[in-house]
Design a protein around this ligand. Structure first.
Ligand SMILES: [Zn+2]
Length: 337
């Protein structure tokens, strides 16, 4: 990609809509927290942990992800993790982020729900970046566990804006969580779900029809079903695509083979996100730079991707417009919009 386009993409204002806060834990912070909390890690050094990041698929990644999360015990640990991510996001010109967190990963280890939510929320409140929280259910666990988790989080209802569904997709279709999503909907929470990453397009359809989600996380396999693609485009259901994650988890062999441009050409509302940035090789700007370096994308694509990130957010309309106005002003110098 040419130097000017690289500069524009890096510096343009953007939102991030698909980032798991536990996936922002860098090996250095994992070791620092392990030392602070007296946790013994199954890796002798920061370097050994980094080397273990050569996963083959979603499951081998998740095994390391849960080992890393085991150092998070106190409210301050969640604060420090979140503050570190928000600093990185700010450096990438992220104006707004909707952060996923996995309470079951922590409550199952005896960490109180309040410590998880307060620590993450307090860091968001202290940041210059606009940040809201989406509570995610681990889909490899039961729906009963998800229902109990939602109830346990209700005393902190004002601290999160929505619920999501993550972890191992294949074999755990969205409809497994119909009741807990219906309950979240009654509570006025926003709804999202991972679907169509490793799982089939049918999971995207059931996330829409059974769970009534407003965005699809990943969703790259939608193109395997032409009718579904037309529907997702017509309904303006945004896809939160995570390019480096897709390549690292072998959803695509390499970035040149990523279907991002086909998704955009199909009229879909596509956004770029980092998923688990500490594990997948980069924060949001690294994801933008990787696709712009490997695919025939130009200035208009850069603008569209950034604008989509704001329009697909759950911000109030006035806040969306404020950021889009800033984006328009930024691009005004480059003859696009
Ligand atoms: Zn994800």
């Amino acid at each position: 990609m040419n130097v000017q386009l690289q500069h524009i993409v890096r510096n343009m204002p953007k939102a991030e809509l698909h980032m798991h806060i536990e996936g922002s834990l860098e090996p250095e912070l994992i070791f620092a927290l392990a030392q602070r909390n007296g946790v013994q890690l199954p890796y002798p050094s920061v370097e050994a942990l980094r080397e273990a990041y050569a996963f083959q698929d979603l499951q081998s990644f998740l095994d390391i992800y849960y080992a890393g999360a085991s150092v998070l015990l106190k409210e301050q640990d969640f604060y420090d993790m979140t503050a570190a991510y928000l600093d990185r996001a700010k450096a990438d010109h992220v104006r707004h982020t909707e952060i996923f967190f996995d309470p079951q990963t922590h409550t199952a280890r005896g960490v109180p729900m309040g410590d998880v939510i307060h620590g993450i929320h307090r860091a968001c409140a202290d940041s210059e970046v606009s940040a809201t929280l989406i509570l995610c259910f681990l889909r490899h666990l039961s729906e009963e566990d998800a229902l109990a988790t939602l109830e346990a989080a209700l005393p902190y209802r004002d601290r999160f804006i929505g619920v999501g569904l993550d972890s191992s997709e294949v074999g755990h279709p969205p409809e497994k969580f119909a009741r807990v999503f219906a309950r979240a909907r009654e509570l006025g929470l926003h709804l999202v779900a991972h679907a169509g990453e490793e799982g089939p397009p049918a999971y995207i359809a059931s996330a829409l029809d059974v769970l009534h989600v407003e965005r699809i996380d990943h969703g790259v396999r939608v193109l395997e079903d032409a009718a579904l693609t037309r529907r997702v485009a017509a309904e303006k259901i945004a896809l939160t695509v995570c390019p480096l994650s897709n390549v690292k988890l072998c959803v695509f062999d390499d970035m040149g083979g990523h279907n991002l441009l086909q998704l955009m050409d199909a009229g879909l509302v596509v956004t770029i996100n980092s998923d688990d940035p500490a594990y997948f090789g980069g924060y949001v700007n690294a994801n933008y730079e990787a696709v712009f370096a490997s695919l025939p994308l130009g200035l208009q694509h850069a603008y569209d991707l950034a604008k989509n990130s704001f329009t697909a957010s759950f911000l109030p309309q006035a806040d969306k417009q404020k950021f889009i106005d800033e984006l328009d002003a930024y691009f005004a110098a480059f003859n696009v919009v």
